[in-house]
Design a protein. Structure first.
Length: 1083
């Protein structure tokens, strides 16, 4: 038994969690089955047992759904049964439902209860005895409290959303315990000029999570980062992998002594660490996986392999080469107290070690970039090209620099957006920016030393020595800056700036001193003397450009900074490619603290502006990136700014802000605000009329305001707003086909959508305006003249008359205004569109109008001038002034018409017809006008000899042929001739129907053209009708010469004509033909 207990204690965490889940699922299934069998007790009228069985089934299903981790149910279970997401709460729940099983009084229920209680005891034993649970080393994927927020975290969120409260609680934030998951640091801003305080550039957050447990018994010695996680090394030799928010993932390896440096490759699958114990550990993790929603990368909590390399001396730095995971010969570089820079390449059987450099003191910092390898020793910085095995450059150690054990050198490679490569070297009190470019030839040999002055070095500052040794690359110091502090960390900040973590030794003056009081003895005297140890100033974060101009500076009250040296600080820079901004995220690490430094986002900048009561600035900042707002609402910021504008009586600006930014649900509120301030005129022109549609009372309130104060503005508003129409009136119940038996219209037929409701009651406003106009006219002294205010009111009334289709009343107002009318064109539009000529006939005296005055007014309206002059022209002027028309020639007229744009085709066709060029005119009709019917009419008017030509030119277009076939039966066109000339490959739409129509029309025409019969007596008959009457009267059949007249019994037949034209040719008069038609009709 003891062996099994020890096995559980030493079991790996994933196996333990898997065992617990299997036991929970099995016990829940057993409980559900026991509850179902317990329902049988209802049959025996055991109501208590039945109810207990229902509860047992319910709790069993809940526990089963929890362990199944269904995505659709996860949120609901977490929200309503949060106690299941803590191991203690879950164990108590298992005990509860286990004892509930005993209440069913069944054998299976008792068995289920025993198993449930045993499962609960197993959970408690694991929580109390397993080392991972005791130390708190549980990963985020295994920790059920993931996503929970503690009270401290909620307080931190509230403080970040309310900067005023945060500033008042600044002292508390400085002394806060490290239990917070992420707590805002109250950083002291840089001193500003008396003109005013500028906005901070950076914000700082203390990382909690597992660091709370880790820093209790250990201290951090180094840090490294990846896009998805960070790795930290401790003074006791631990290498831990954590999430970016500090949650524990796994422990990779434990060195025997302090971990000096950790390096992670780009894929995040390979990690290297080095230690004072002389070992270098290379970890190969399992590949990371991404969840289905691609929102979170799952990092493996176990598995992988570790390769240990022992160099028997303390190793200070180790770096994996770029692209380590994708290369066949994987290599890493390391160096330490032995003074050797070693590049290790992984071979098939054994690894290869190559000593690149040695003999110049310990190697403290190594940095890789592509095939370039840079390192630091006691002499300076060297850059080596691993592709060509040549040295690229050498940078000397700065003068007056303390030993590397007290102030490390910092190397950071950075690629600019232009593609240039720079190396940032922060060492001692100096910062160098070294730019690497491709060179066509070598400037010196490998042993020569050449000094190149930096491009931006101030004249008073020293110039470093730079050595060029590669024919492919050359290096140049483009910036050299000195400080009054020691550089404890360097990070690139864009293409022309850097972040520098500053350390000031004890006794040095800080550039941004913290408010503090001197140390006072018990007797109240200030302590002085040689034994007094001066305090170490706070570290500082400086953002400077390459020229040394300071952009921002903050003091960082990190934990334990009073006892730290410059080598105890570490700065890690991470850049997230998929982030909305390219600004890096800095992790500042000390032995007892980890702080995240990043650019203040939109919410932070808005909160700062609100704390300064700069509401306009806060709104402007929010509008630059509205989707990124998390803690502030845009509507709230708009209301803050509007409140400030209203208080300062800037109503025009406030109205413009409403027009641009006000949300639909706030319009009703602010219309009343402007009304209370008596400033409706400022907001009225911006009031929405469709989205949103405000209450009718607000629109009428605006109209009433302008009616009393500004009639001109009333007219503009009525013209601008949508007019109420006759169709906008709600249907009444009278005569409505949808009404029920009581004559009441159902609600669904009377309720109108708010979008289509009229803005105001037009009938009521017409009556009100008529009353006001009538009173003003009575009050005016001069009856024949009216004031401009009255004129505006009358025009507003005319607009409402027009909207309600009372056009006569509207025209009467426009005509009565005379020169005061501001919309004269609308009066003429009413006359033309609504045919109001009768209303103005008696008001025009054309005989008193002078022609030259009208022509002068119409000289810019050519069409109206033409119509007016055409009405005045005297017909047949050529009879009185033939010389004037003698110069007009048909060719000149044709040329004039053809030069117009577009040409006057109808006139040109008419002129060609007059000139005898009928075929050319026919071509224009078909090619330009494309009117077959007009072409047929033209042929009928100009001779039958054009029919063949019309058929010929119509064969080029299928549409022309189809129209000719349609008109063939109505005109003298031979359809057979047309169909014979149709090409075989031309497809005619509906040819069969067209032929049938032609045949039917032909029969009708043939029937109507039978012979006429005319007797000597003068009576005329239709031959077919005459024969039918003879048959009806039963007369014996005889030839046509024996026919008799039915009116006078005359038998002498004068003549018979086949058609009407033939009858006329044979001497029949029109009177006789008409008499024949009447006779036929009577017969």
């Amino acid at each position: 038994m003891a062996t099994r207990i020890n096995n559980v204690k030493t079991m790996e965490l994933p196996k333990v969690l898997r065992l617990m889940r299997v036991c929970n699922v099995g016990c829940s299934l057993l409980q559900i089955i026991a509850g179902i069998t317990g329902l049988i007790s209802i049959v025996t009228l055991n109501i208590t047992g039945g109810l207990v069985s229902v509860y047992v089934i319910t709790f069993g299903l809940l526990f089963l759904l929890f362990e199944c981790r269904l995505t659709s149910m996860e949120t609901r279970i977490r929200r309503n049964f949060g106690f299941l997401y803590s191991y203690k709460g879950r164990a108590g729940f298992i005990f509860f439902i286990g004892f509930l099983d005993f209440g069913m009084n069944t054998t299976l229920g008792t068995v289920a209860g025993v198993f449930m209680c045993c499962n609960a005891l197993l959970n408690l034993f694991i929580m109390c005895q397993h080392p991972e649970f005791k130390l708190g080393h549980i990963s985020a994927s295994a920790d059920p409290t993931t996503g929970y927020t503690t009270g401290n975290q909620e307080a931190a969120t509230y403080l970040s959303a309310n900067p005023q409260v945060a500033m008042q609680a600044g002292t508390f934030a400085l002394s806060a315990q490290p239990g917070l998951f992420i707590a805002n640091l109250d950083m002291e801003p840089a001193p500003q000029d008396d003109a005013g305080e500028s906005e901070p550039l950076l914000k700082y957050e203390r990382v909690g999570g597992h660091f709370h447990t880790l820093l209790r018994d250990d201290a951090l010695s180094c840090i490294a980062g990846h896009m998805n996680f960070i790795c930290v090394g401790t003074f006791s030799g631990h290498v831990l992998m954590l999430e970016l928010n500090g949650r524990y993932i796994r422990r990779l390896h434990q060195h025997h002594k302090r971990v000096h440096e950790i390096s992670i490759d780009e894929s995040g699958q390979h990690i290297v660490s080095c230690s004072d114990d002389g070992t270098v550990a290379v970890y190969a993790l399992l590949p990371m996986s991404t969840e289905l929603d691609a929102s979170r990368v799952v990092i493996p909590t176990s598995g992988g392999e570790v390769n240990i390399y022992n160099f028997y001396n303390a190793v200070y730095s180790s770096q994996l080469e770029p692209g380590y995971a994708t290369k066949r010969e994987r290599s890493f570089a390391c160096g330490g107290i032995s003074g050797q820079l070693i590049v290790n390449k992984k071979g098939w059987i054994i690894d290869k070690e190559n000593t690149v450099h040695e003999g110049e003191g310990p190697v403290h910092c190594i940095r890789y970039h592509d095939h370039l390898l840079a390192w630091v020793n006691d002499w300076g910085v060297k850059v080596y090209d691993t592709a060509t095995d040549t040295r690229v450059t050498y940078i000397e150690r700065p003068p007056n620099c303390p030993p590397l054990e007290l102030c490390r050198a910092h190397l950071v490679w950075h690629t600019l957006t232009s593609g240039d490569l720079v190396l940032l070297v922060g060492w001692g009190h100096t910062l160098r920016v070294v730019k690497f470019t491709a060179s066509t030839s070598s400037t010196s040999s490998n042993d020569d030393t050449t000094t190149t002055p930096p491009a931006t070095t101030p004249p008073s500052k020293a110039t470093p020595a730079v050595v060029f040794g590669s024919a492919a690359l050359s290096a140049e110091v483009v910036s050299y800056v000195t400080f009054d502090f020691f550089v404890a960390g360097v990070s690139p900040w864009g293409d022309s700036a850097v972040c520098v973590l500053a350390f000031r030794p004890p006794g040095s003056a800080s550039s941004t001193p913290l408010p503090s009081t001197p140390s006072v003895s018990r007797q109240g005297q200030k302590e002085t003397g040689e034994g007094l140890v001066e305090a170490t100033p706070c570290p500082e974060m400086h953002v400077i450009d390459w020229r040394g101009t300071q952009m921002a500076v903050d003091m960082l009250p990190l934990r334990g900074f009073e006892k730290l040296r410059a080598t105890d600080y570490h700065a890690l820079c991470l850049t997230f490619p998929r982030h909305t901004t390219n600004s890096p995220v800095l992790f500042l690490c000390t032995p007892k603290d980890v702080v995240v430094c990043r650019v203040r986002d939109v919410d932070d900048r808005v909160a700062y502006a609100l704390s300064q009561r700069a509401y306009e600035n806060a709104l402007a900042i929010a509008l630059t990136d509205v989707p990124s707002l998390k803690r502030h609402a845009l509507d709230e910021l708009v209301e803050y700014y509007l409140g400030e504008l209203v208080l300062s009586q800037q109503y025009a600006t406030a109205a413009d802000v409403c027009r641009r930014l006000l949300s639909p649900h706030l319009w009703e509120k602010y219309v009343y605000v402007f009304a209370q301030k008596g400033q409706l005129s400022a907001i009225a022109k911006f009031m929405p009329t469709s989205n949103p549609r405000l209450p009718t009372s607000q629109y009428e309130m605006v109209l009433k305001h302008f009616l009393d104060t500004d009639p001109a503005q009333l007219l503009q508003i009525i013209r601008k707003w949508p007019k109420p129409r006759m169709s906008d009136r709600r249907p009444s119940s009278n005569g409505n086909s949808n009404s029920n038996g009581n004559g009441i219209v159902a609600a669904e037929y009377t309720k109108t959508a708010s979008l289509f409701d009229p803005l105001y009651d037009s009938s009521a406003w017409i009556l009100q305006l008529e009353t006001v106009v009538r009173r003003r006219r009575l009050a005016e002294t001069d009856v024949d003249r009216m004031t401009m205010e009255t004129s505006y009111l009358m025009e507003a009334l005319a607009e409402l008359y027009t909207a309600t289709e009372q056009y006569d009343n509207a025209l009467r107002i426009y005509l009565s205004q005379g020169s005061l009318c501001t919309n004269k064109d609308h009066a003429f539009k009413l006359i033309v569109e609504h045919n109001l000529w009768d209303s103005i006939q008696n008001k025009i005296k054309s005989d008193q109008l002078k022609v030259h005055a009208i022509v002068k007014q119409l000289e810019h309206k050519k069409e109206l001038l033409h119509e007016y002059l055409h009405s005045l022209v005297v017909h047949r002027l050529a009879d009185y002034n033939a010389e004037m028309y003698a110069s007009l020639h048909e060719l000149q007229a044709y040329q004039f018409c053809s030069e117009r744009s577009p040409p006057l085709w109808d006139a040109m066709i008419f002129i060609l017809g007059r000139m005898g060029q009928q075929k050319k005119a026919l071509d224009f009709i078909l090619t330009q006008l494309q009117n077959v019917k007009q072409a047929i009419q033209f042929v009928q008017d100009n001779g039958d000899e054009l029919w063949d030509y019309l058929v010929e030119i119509s064969l080029t277009n299928r549409g022309y042929i189809e129209e000719l076939l349609e008109y063939a039966s109505d005109h003298q066109i031979d359809p057979i001739k047309i169909m014979r000339k149709i090409p075989d490959d031309m497809e005619i739409t509906g040819l069969k129907a067209k032929v049938q129509q032609i045949i039917a029309n032909y029969r009708i025409q043939n029937k109507s053209t039978h012979q006429f019969c005319v007797f000597e007596c003068g009576h005329t008959y239709h031959m077919e009708c005459l024969e039918e009457k003879s048959m009806l009267w039963k007369q014996p059949p005889h030839d046509s010469m024996d026919l008799r007249c039915f009116q006078c019994d005359h038998s002498t037949l004068r003549m018979a004509a086949p058609t009407a034209s033939g009858a006329a040719a044979k001497g029949l008069t029109d009177q006789q033909l008409e008499l024949a038609r009447l006779t036929i009709a009577q017969g």
